[in-house]
Each structure stands twice: as C-alpha cells, then as structure tokens.
Design a binder for this molecule. Structure first.
Ligand SMILES: Nc1nc2c(ncn2[C@@H]2O[C@H](COP(=O)(O)OP(=O)(O)OP(=O)(O)O)[C@@H](O)[C@H]2O)c(=O)[nH]1
Ligand SMILES: [Mg+2]
Length: 416
C-alpha cells in the first residue's frame, strides 16, 4: 500500500468531516494507506498553492517523517496549484478527481466502461497539459508529417491535438457500442415490460439486492452480478429479465454507484451506461442505513440523478443492511422499505412492494392537510404525483395521483 497524506480546506461546508472520511475510503480503494490527515480552515483556497504557506511547510515535514509518497487533496486543483505543491512538499500530488478516475480506470472491465473512463481521463488531462519554454519543438528536428502542422508549433499544441484526436476516436468507438446497446434497449422497451433500475451510493448493496431478487424470483437467465465490499465494484450496467410469482415480468438493472463530487466528465462519459436509469419506470434507491452518513449519501445520489436529468421517476427508498442496525426488518412504510439484501423475507417484501408500484394503477384523490400537519404535505409531494394545490384559510387542498401502496397511509386526509 502506498503511504499517502490526505489534505483539505474547510470553509463553510457542513459535511467537511464526511468528505475527508470519504476521501480516505477512496484512497484505500485505490491501494493507498492514509498516514496523515491535514486540514486547514480557509475561506477559499490560495490561488497559487491551494493551501497556505505554513500548512505546506507542515506537510513537507510530515511527508518526511512518515515517508509518504503522495499528497491527496480533497478538491479538484488547477495545474499550477498541483505543480507548486509538488515542488514545495516533495510529494506526488493527486486531486480528488484524478483519484476517482484512477479507481474507475482500474475497475473497468468491459470495452464500454474502458472507453468511457479513458475519455473522461483525457478530458481531465487536456486543460492540464503543461507549457514550458524548453518543451518548444526544435523546428529543424520536428521533421516528418508534424512539420507541415506549421512552423514553430509547440510540443504542447501537438500534445493537445493528439489528445483531442484520441478523444474523437474513442468517442466514435463508443458510439458504435452504444448503437448495439440502443438496439438492445429499444427492443426491451418495445417488449412493453416495465423496468426497474437500482441506484445509490457505491457499496450500498445494489448488486446484492439484484442477486437476492434473482434468487428469490428464480428467473431462468439468473446470471449473478458481482458483489464485493469495495467502492465501485460495479462499473457496468447489467440488465436481467425477472418475473414475479404470478408470472408478470419486468426488467431489473444494476449499475455504477455514486460518490460525492463525482467528476462531471465522468458522469457525462457514463451517460450510456446510465441509460437504463434514465429510461426506468421505477428506481430502487438503495441506501446503507447502517452507515452513520446515510443521509449524506441519499443527498449525493439525489444530486447525481438530477445531474443526469432524472428527477420525476417514481422511487422506492430501499434502506438496506438493517441487519447491522439492531432495528426491525423488513418494515414497509409507504414507498420506503427497511430491509436486508441478505434476508429472504426482506427480499420477498421488497418484491411485493415493487410489484404493487409497477402494476397497480395510481388513483386520483383529493386531500385536505391542515397547516399544523405540514410535514404530511411534504410527504405527499414526495411520494405522490400532485396535480393541483390550493391554499385555503385552514390548510391545503391537494389533488394527487397516489400509488396503491400509499392510499391507506394518506387516507386520513381524504376529503371525499
Ligand atoms: N450486513 C450486510 N451486508 C450487506 C448487505 N447487503 C450488501 N452487503 C454487503 O455490502 C457490500 C457491498 O455490496 P454490493 O452489493 O457489492 O454493493 P453495490 O451497491 O453494488 O456497490 P458498488 O457496485 O461498488 O457500487 C458487500 O460486501 C455485501 O456483501 C446487507 O443487507 N447486510
Ligand atoms: Mg455493485
């Protein structure tokens, strides 16, 4: 394991501790061992060096004492910041974005995942190519086909163009794979089968839930997906056709998990992998409820879905790993289930819930919720499709399409 120092700047971020913990987890996932954790309170990063002068000296000392090889920063840094930090700390500097890209790169197995990661890496690299005067190409020796690119062209410009070409070429290759995927997924859609996509923070138990459902529903093409106690075990999308006990069929897909500050280029590059999520009729948002940061993880997943343009797809919150909390399970409340993906009774309850959401028609009802009970209004807005809201003196009158599983829950507010 490579010894690394993690460092970050704390400003008003409320979740700073969590982000630093997550950074350590990411480092571990990349075969690194955190030997020191250095933090600085600053309104904003120092333009040239990210951290302040004193901190950098401290980092140098710690680096020597702990024989660290790498300095890992919690944000995405500018090329200048990286260069200056490297010079002054005598450590290799890696920022959060590059670290995530490295993990993805080492995990990518299929051609599609490899292409997507490679494109994201090159896009990260492009604006970070370094200029330096001694890298100017000697016009005499540049010779060959490069010469007619124009005299005096710098090595930097050539590098840049090479990378751009490579991005274009990889994008073309990816497009060809996408075409095949598109044919597959459109034939799936034409089959008229409803589709469910597992989404959530990495390591929350999406793949375990998928396998649990595959076993329980005993589907003929039940090829298991990989599960592992490791960040980003899954990088590709797997789709399986399943059927409920009454033989009604649906499609279930498992895909890459999310993490905070997922690099924008990476999300963009993974658009095709995440196509199943975009086209799903129902999302199964898997949360590791035994993790003290589960609320944070829900937020991150919701934000990443938004980034993908997924906002109005019906969602079941699946609070997994309840076996580790000591609480009761399985428990269903509205569109939420507390369960354990390793427990058959849980999986059975989850399958029932999914079936209800997928196959029973939504019904329209009119509700009255007094202002004192405002929190139910929030719930209704989250769990149902509100089509009309009127504010009266005493409370709110809402017309909403409600899933059958929620009808009983909200029945006390019925007006007619
Ligand atoms: N105790 C317990 N462990 C679980 C449960 N569900 C999953 N796990 C474990 O959690 C780890 C991660 O599970 P995965 O199913 O691989 O998680 P994932 O969400 O697919 O993760 P990525 O693909 O890496 O994003 C594995 O070690 C699982 O065995 C559960 O209900 N209880
Ligand atoms: Mg997985």
């Amino acid at each position: 394991m490579i010894p690394v120092i993690i460092a970050g700047i704390e400003n008003q971020q409320t979740n700073f501790d969590y982000l630093m913990e997550e950074l350590a987890e990411l480092a571990y996932a990349n075969g690194m061992q955190v030997v020191a954790d250095v933090r600085q309170k600053l309104q904003r990063p120092v333009a040239a060096t990210y951290l302040g002068k004193g901190k950098i000296q401290e980092l140098y000392r710690i680096g020597q004492a702990k024989e660290a090889a790498v300095l890992l920063l919690n944000d995405e840094l500018s090329p200048t910041q990286i260069r200056n930090l490297e010079k002054e700390t005598n450590l290799d500097v890696l920022d959060r974005t590059e670290l995530i890209l490295e993990i993805f790169s080492s995990r990518a197995r299929t051609k599609e995942a490899q292409l997507q990661v490679e494109i994201a890496r090159l896009k990260y690299k492009l604006p970070r190519l370094r200029t330096s005067s001694h890298e100017k190409l000697d016009q005499q020796s540049s010779g060959g086909s490069l010469a007619n690119r124009g005299a005096g062209e710098t090595k930097l410009e050539i590098n840049r163009r090479t990378i751009q070409k490579r991005i274009a070429q990889l994008s073309r290759e990816l497009k060809n794979i996408d075409k095949e995927q598109l044919i597959k997924s459109s034939s799936r859609r034409e089959s008229g089968l409803p589709s469910v996509a597992l989404v959530g923070y990495t390591n929350s138990g999406k793949s375990t839930t998928m396998n649990g459902l595959l076993h329980f529903l005993n589907s003929p093409d039940a090829k298991e997906v990989l599960t592992k106690d490791m960040l980003f075990a899954t990088l590709d999308t797997s789709v399986r056709k399943l059927h409920f006990k009454d033989n009604r069929e649906f499609l279930l897909s498992d895909t890459v998990g999310f993490v905070s500050k997922l690099p924008h280029n990476l999300v963009k590059a993974f658009q095709s992998t995440l196509a199943e999520v975009k086209n799903a009729d129902l999302l199964l948002h898997v949360v590791d409820i035994s993790d003290e940061h589960s609320a944070e993880m829900i937020k991150i997943t919701t934000e990443t879905l938004k980034q993908l343009g997924v906002e109005n797809t019906p969602m079941i919150y699946a609070f997994n790993k309840a076996d580790k909390t000591g609480g009761d399970y399985p428990v269903i409340e509205g569109l939420q289930i507390t369960y354990s993906a390793r427990d058959e009774e849980s999986i059975s309850a989850l399958a029932d819930l999914m079936k209800q959401v997928l196959f029973k028609d939504y019904k329209t009802h009119k509700y009255f919720i007094s202002y004192e009970q405002g929190r139910y209004l929030e719930k209704l807005n989250k769990l149902a499709r509100v089509t009309k809201t009127d504010y009266t003196e005493k409370g709110t009158v809402i017309t909403a399409e409600v899933a059958p599983v929620q009808e009983e829950y909200f029945s006390r507010f019925l007006t007619e």
